[in-house]
Design a protein around this ligand. Sequence first.
Ligand SMILES: Cc1cc2nc3c(=O)[nH]c(=O)nc-3n(C[C@H](O)[C@H](O)[C@H](O)COP(=O)(O)O)c2cc1C
Length: 180
Amino acid sequence: MERKKILAISGSTRSESVNLHILNAISDMYSEEADWTIYQAIDTLPHFNPDLDRAPLPETVSTFRNLIAASDAVLICTPEYVFSLPGSLKNAIEWLVSTTLFTDKPAALITASSSGVKAMEALNLIMQTVGVSLGNTGTLLIQAPKTKITREGIITDPITLSQIRALAEDLLKRISGSNQ
Ligand SMILES: Cc1cc2nc3c(=O)[nH]c(=O)nc-3n(C[C@H](O)[C@H](O)[C@H](O)COP(=O)(O)O)c2cc1C
């Protein structure tokens, strides 16, 4: 059977991002179970404008859409900015609203931020609106992540590690055996 593909989208554009560290840690832990692509390029997408949402699409948008189309599942890991999603992540999702690429796509959402409560709520609502399938263990809020994950990306807090494992394993279980 063909190996499953998971697209992991970082909502942070920082090179030393804790959210990026989490995605890298998950892809390392489960590299045998799936092929992971870490998408770190939301800041290369142009500002969404419905006038541009037609052929020929901006190249970065086509690439992003193709990556989602080719993936069996999507994992988003994001910080909270000013009590909501970072604008770049919201912009990236807006480029998908006119498509059905997220419809029934198995997904998992992590918010890793000082507080993160509002971003988690917003992301949940947005992703359910665009039609992803979240399953039972599809969301996780990691508060004060810098006290739980080192600068080298090691998850030192055992509860956080087990929560991350549960979310990743649930996502992998949901796509195992599917023929997407
Ligand atoms: C512009 C800006 C706004 C922020 N606003 C919030 C906020 O509203 N709530 C929160 O929990 N953290 C907020 N933070 C803190 C970040 O979410 C936190 O530093 C997070 O760990 C950054 O994630 P990263 O390391 O993946 O970039 C903000 C940070 C920045 C730069």
